[in-house]
Design a protein around this ligand. Structure first.
Ligand SMILES: *[C@@H]1O[C@H](CO)[C@@H](O)[C@H](O)[C@H]1NC(C)=O
Ligand SMILES: *[C@@H]1O[C@H](CO)[C@@H](O)[C@H](O)[C@H]1NC(C)=O
Ligand SMILES: [Mn+2]
Length: 444
C-alpha cells in the first residue's frame, strides 16, 4: 500500500514535472515569436558576394583540400537518418530522472548517439554564397560541467564533421570538474578518434563557465575564438560566414542564428530571425527584427545588429577578445557575463552581429535544479555589471531589484579602470544608438 502510494506520488509528480516542462516549452516558443516594438535597423553595408583574389599556388593546394573535404562531407550526408519520432513513455522514471539531471530527454539523446544529421535550416540563398578561401583559423572552445555524454559528443562530432579541417585549428574541451563517471576515462577513450583535433583540459577545481572559458581561450592558438555550449549541433557551412564577417572587420563579434533542439524530442527546429535583448532586470530575451521589411535586396541573409547576445555561442577575433578585457574573472559560475560582454563590445568600439547564414542548434533545457549558489552568483555578477557599465541608469536596475542594493559585489576597480583605458562610451550612448527600446521601456 505504502509502496503504491509512493509510486503514485512519483508518477503524479513526474506527470506534473512533464506538464511543467511542456508549459515552459510552450512559454519559450511563445516568447521566441512574440512581437515586440518595431525597430528600424539601418541597412547593413554588408556586401552580398565576396571577391576572390587571384590564385596563388598555396591557394590551389588549399582548394584541393577543400575538394577532399567536400568529398568526405558527401559521405557523411548519406548516413541514414536517426530515429526521432519514437513514442515517449512519460511514466518512465529514467526519463524523469534524466530531466532532473540534464534538463532534457536523455533517453532520446542516448538513442541518437554520438552524431546524427540535422536538417539544413538556412535560407535557400545562403546555399549559393561563396566565402573567401583565406579566412582566419578558429579554435572552438567547449566548456562543460556534468553534461550528458551523448549531447557532448554530438557537439564535438558535429564540429569535426561540418567544419573544413583547414579552418579548424582545434577544439578545446574544458571539463569544469564534472562528477559523472562517463565523463572521465570513457570520454578520454571516445575522444581518441578525434585526437588530432581535440584537446581536453580538466580543471583542478570548479571555476564556473566564465573562468573556464578564459582557461580554454588561454590554450587556443587559432586566430578566432568560437565559444560553444556543450549541448549544441552545428549546421552546414556554419563557420565560414562567421569567420568572413570577422575577417572583414576584426572588431566585429558574431553569433550564428541559434536553432532550437527541442528538449523533449531533440528534434532540430529552425529558429526565427530574432535579435538579442534584455530588460531592466538584466533578463535576457529575444526580440523581433523588422529591418527586412524595408530592405528588399538579399534581405533574409543580411547580418542583424544585436544589442546583446544570449552568451552560449559566439565568435570573436582572439586579439580583440584580449584587447577588450576577456571576461570579468571575478564573476562566478555563469549569468550576466553575456550582457557584460555585449555592453563592452558596443560601448568600447566593436559591434555585435547575428549572421543568418550561420546556424547552430542548441538544446533548449527544460529544467534546471534549484541552485542557491548559482542564484547568488548571478545576482553578484549582475551587480558587478551594473556598477561598472550602467552609469546613472543603475537606479533602473535597483528599482526592480531593491534587495540587491545592499549586497556586496567585490572589488570592481580593475574593470572600472579597463573601461577608462579603452575609452568606452557612456551607457546613454548605448541606449540612444544601439538599444532605444530599452530606454523606452523604463516606465513600464
Ligand atoms: C513505460 O514505463 C514504465 C516504467 O518503466 C513501464 O512500466 C511501462 O510498461 C512503460 N510503458 C510502455 C508503453 O512502454
Ligand atoms: C581593489 O583592487 C585594486 C587593484 O586591483 C587595489 O588597488 C585596491 O586597493 C582594491 N580595493 C580594495 C578596497 O580592496
Ligand atoms: Mn546552453
Amino acid at each position: 500500500m505504502r509502496y503504491n502510494m509512493i509510486q503514485y506520488l512519483f508518477y503524479g509528480s513526474s506527470i506534473f514535472g512533464i506538464g511543467t516542462v511542456l508549459f515552459c516549452l510552450y512559454f519559450h516558443l511563445e516568447h521566441m515569436s512574440s512581437p515586440y516594438k518595431k525597430t528600424q535597423e539601418p541597412a547593413s553595408a554588408w556586401s552580398h558576394a565576396y571577391q576572390q583574389a587571384p590564385q596563388a599556388p598555396e591557394k590551389i593546394r588549399k582548394q584541393r583540400r577543400i575538394l577532399d573535404w567536400a568529398e568526405e562531407k558527401t559521405q557523411i550526408e548519406q548516413k541514414p537518418k536517426s530515429p526521432l519520432n519514437q513514442n515517449i513513455n512519460y511514466s518512465d522514471p529514467e526519463l524523469f530522472n534524466g530531466y532532473l539531471e540534464y534538463g532534457f530527454n536523455v533517453i532520446v539523446s542516448r538513442s541518437l548517439g554520438h552524431d546524427r544529421e540535422v536538417p539544413d535550416t538556412r535560407d535557400k540563398s545562403c546555399r549559393h554564397r561563396h566565402y573567401p578561401l583565406h579566412l582566419p583559423t578558429a579554435s572552438v572552445i567547449i566548456c562543460f560541467h556534468n553534461e550528458e555524454f551523448n549531447a557532448l559528443l554530438r557537439t564535438v562530432s558535429s564540429v569535426v564533421y561540418l567544419t573544413p579541417p583547414y579552418l579548424l585549428e582545434e577544439i578545446i574541451l574544458v571539463d569544469d570538474m564534472s562528477k559523472f563517471d562517463d565523463l572521465k576515462s570513457k570520454l578520454n577513450y571516445y575522444l581518441e578518434s578525434f585526437r588530432d583535433k581535440v584537446q581536453l583540459v580538466r580543471n583542478k577545481k570548479r571555476e564556473g563557465l566564465i573562468r573556464a572559458r578564459m582557461i580554454g581561450a588561454w590554450y587556443a592558438s587559432g586566430e578566432v575564438l568560437v565559444f560553444l555550449d556543450s549541448h549544441c549541433e552545428v549546421n552546414r557551412v556554419w563557420l565560414e560566414p562567421l569567420l568572413a564577417a570577422i575577417s572583414k572587420d576584426s572588431r566585429t563579434v558574431v553569433t550564428p542564428v541559434i536553432d532550437i533542439i527541442d528538449g523533449i524530442s531533440l528534434q532540430y527546429l529552425p529558429s526565427p530571425l530574432v535579435r538579442g535583448a534584455f530588460d531592466w532586470k538584466l533578463q535576457f530575451k529575444w526580440d523581433s527584427v523588422f529591418s527586412y521589411e524595408t530592405d528588399s535586396e538579399g534581405s533574409p541573409t543580411n547580418p542583424i545588429r544585436s544589442p546583446a547576445m544570449a552568451g552560449g555561442i559566439f565568435a570573436m577575433h582572439r586579439p580583440f577578445f584580449y584587447e577588450l578585457g576577456e571576461y570579468d574573472k571575478d564573476m562566478d559560475l555563469w549569468g550576466g557575463e553575456n550582457l557584460e560582454l555585449s555592453l563592452r563590445i558596443w560601448m568600447c568600439g566593436g559591434q555585435l552581429l547575428i549572421i543568418p547564414c550561420s546556424r547552430v542548434g542548441h538544446i533548449t533545457k527544460l529544467y534546471s535544479k534549484p541552485d542557491s549558489a548559482l542564484s547568488k552568483a548571478v545576482a553578484r555578477n549582475h551587480l558587478r555589471l551594473v556598477h561598472v557599465w550602467l552609469d546613472e541608469y543603475k537606479e533602473q536596475f535597483f528599482l526592480r531589484n531593491p534587495d540587491l542594493k545592499s549586497m556586496t559585489y567585490g572589488n570592481i576597480s580593475e574593470r572600472v579602470q579597463l573601461r577608462k583605458q579603452l575609452g568606452c562610451r557612456s551607457f546613454q550612448w548605448y541606449l540612444d544608438t544601439i538599444f532605444p527600446e530599452l530606454e523606452a521601456s523604463m516606465y513600464s
